[in-house]
Design a protein around this ligand. Structure first.
Ligand SMILES: Cc1cc2nc3c(=O)[nH]c(=O)nc-3n(C[C@H](O)[C@H](O)[C@H](O)COP(=O)(O)O)c2cc1C
Length: 212
């Protein structure tokens, strides 16, 4: 039997590395992953929705208030569907918003509304990355269960070579796949536990027969 496609939400934020999201989509699609892209308004300055939509074969969402075609709001429908939310590249801004509970766009809302794991691949100038506030935000998010990959040392938009470069695409994709299968195994275990509990409860329930 063919395995069902896994669903990943890819959040693309306003970084010079935004163009690399194209490679991520292509690599994931090769592995039969259904990729839904959420593009922040600022990321739209770096890469077009048309490119991402063409590569992902799914509608790219940028506006939370666009009239939904279904009855249910887009952000909760997508959050329920996701088996992983990957943010690559992740700006200092989105990391700060998540660490401080700010939900003012489709990406931050979906992340707060999902039970899927979240993988964050930061990319930014090294001074931004080393800033105490950014480091504290990352530590806070790690502590509450968010996963991080990178950044690594590499060439940055400012022309220098330092920490802040987006992790290698193959490493991001491998980590995404690892988290996807861990999530699927957890879901399976949860389902089996629920079934076993239902079975146990039904055998313990007193059987009523009709009187008379
Ligand atoms: C040319 C240029 C490159 C930028 N690159 C980055 C970057 O790599 N990482 C980052 O955190 N911010 C970067 N910024 C700043 C973000 O775009 C800005 O903080 C924006 O508000 C992020 O919004 P978003 O997180 O909603 O996408 C860059 C800005 C410009 C003009």
């Amino acid at each position: 039997m063919r395995e069902a496609k896994k669903t990943i939400i890819l959040g693309v934020t306003g970084s010079i590395a935004a163009y690399k999201s194209c490679e991520i989509i292509t690599a994931l699609a090769k592995d039969s992953v259904d990729v839904h892209v959420l593009l922040t308004k600022e990321a739209g300055q770096f890469i077009t929705p048309l490119t991402l939509q063409t590569l992902s074969h799914n509608k790219v969402i940028t506006d939370m208030f666009e009239l939904p075609t279904e009855w249910n709001p887009v952000h909760t429908a997508l959050a329920d569907k996701a088996e992983l939310v990957l943010i690559a590249p992740a700006s200092a801004n989105i990391i700060g918003k998540l660490a401080n509970g700010i939900c003012d766009d489709i990406l931050s809302c979906v992340i707060f509304a999902t039970k899927a794991p979240v993988l964050i691949a930061p990319a930014m100038n090294e001074k931004m990355y080393k800033h105490k506030v950014v480091q504290e935000n990352i530590t806070k998010l790690k502590k509450i269960g968010y996963n991080f990959i990178g950044p690594i040392k590499g060439s940055l938009a400012c022309g220098c070579v330092d920490i802040g470069h987006l992790a290698e695409i193959k490493d991001i994709v491998n980590e995404a796949k690892r988290l996807l299968s861990a999530f699927a195994n957890n879901e399976q275990t949860d389902r089996s536990l629920r079934r076993a509990t239902r079975r146990r409860l039904s055998t313990r329930m007193p059987k009523y027969t009709k009187a008379g």
